[in-house]
Design a protein around this ligand. Structure first.
Ligand code: GLY
Length: 298
């Protein structure tokens, strides 16, 4: 494939269209996935990312985001950032340099302020209403009740692979809670010599298996992107069930250096894919007997 892009969840469909046009026009994977993620961050009708993201226990919206360049292996990440438009743009700006690549909380906000990142109150009326309805019944939260991370992976025409992620994290989370989304190796990983992967689902589970790095490592060992994504999810799902009796939702998208995709999941989820020969479309992925069954969503 000259270029390819894969993203988590149907909400990424428009962003994948934007990224596809950019990749076709020989723009970089980094720029294409930044615009793709920002399209989701800016849409208040998606309740797990950016504007309109689900609030924490105190009815405040905190964002996490990550970015990795597969040529240099440099990454940038931010966690628990409040009051800014785009977690992914701030994360990407932290790629350079050999230190201070992962900033959280007030440190990340200070950095965003000093570097002129656009501010935005991401708490919408709808977000407040969702919080109001749920606050009195702090139930056992399920990942897909409350947080669907947007992840984009792309290969550009120069062969560079990049990964980007953004989320408002677990609904009703504690202040300061971080999931996998900004954590390199867990929420995302990209190596242009091998492949890239990124995760959505319950961060506390995904981090137990460093899921994105596990998938890239399996590709490095010679597996296809599809085999690698499924092995990474299935192995962790099995380990967790053996040790704890259950495993919470985890889904993974992957892309190898040729632009072939992989998807692994222990719950039904949707993803979006496009390459130079394939129009952007939404697909469903369903786990069945240790395999992931993929179909095009009608
Ligand atoms: N996967 C997103 C989170 O756990 O926050």
């Amino acid at each position: 494939m000259k270029w390819a892009v894969i993203a988590t969840w149907a909400m990424a469909e428009n962003g994948v269209r934007i990224a596809s046009k950019m990749l076709e026009n020989e723009e970089s994977a980094a720029d294409a996935i930044t615009e793709g993620v920002c399209d989701v961050e800016d849409n208040p009708s998606y309740h797990s990312v950016g504007c309109g993201g689900r609030p924490n226990r105190d009815c405040r919206v905190f964002l996490d985001g990550g970015f990795m360049d597969g040529d240099s292996l440099h990454f940038g990440a931010v966690g628990a950032v409040e009051g800014y438009r785009s977690a992914v743009r701030i994360a990407r700006s932290l790629l350079k340099g050999d230190a201070n690549n992962f900033l959280v909380g007030s440190g990340a906000e200070k950095y965003a302020e000093a570097n002129g990142f656009e501010k935005r109150d991401n708490l919408t009326e709808e977000g407040k209403a969702i919080w109001q309805a749920e606050k009195d019944r702090l139930k056992q939260l399920s990942a897909y009740d409350g947080h669907d991370t947007v992840c984009f992976l792309a290969k550009d025409q120069k062969g560079t692979l990049c990964a980007a992620t953004s989320t408002s994290g677990l609904f009703m989370k504690e202040e300061g809670r971080l999931g996998d989304t900004p954590v390199p190796g867990s929420g995302f990983y990209a190596d242009s010599k091998t492949g890239a992967a990124a995760a959505t689902g319950m961060g506390e589970e995904i981090m137990k298996g460093a899921l994105s790095y596990a998938a890239v490592m399996y590709m490095k060992q010679g597996m296809s992107a599809m085999e690698a994504a499924q092995k990474a999810v299935n192995e962790l799902d099995k380990e967790l069930k053996e040790r704890n009796g259950y495993a919470q939702p985890m889904s993974l998208v992957a892309l190898d250096k040729e632009g072939n995709i992989g998807v692994g999941t222990n719950v039904e989820f949707t993803f979006v894919y496009a390459d130079e020969k394939t129009e952007p479309a939404v697909y469903t992925a369903v786990p069945l007997d240790g395999k992931t069954v993929i179909g095009k969503r009608m």
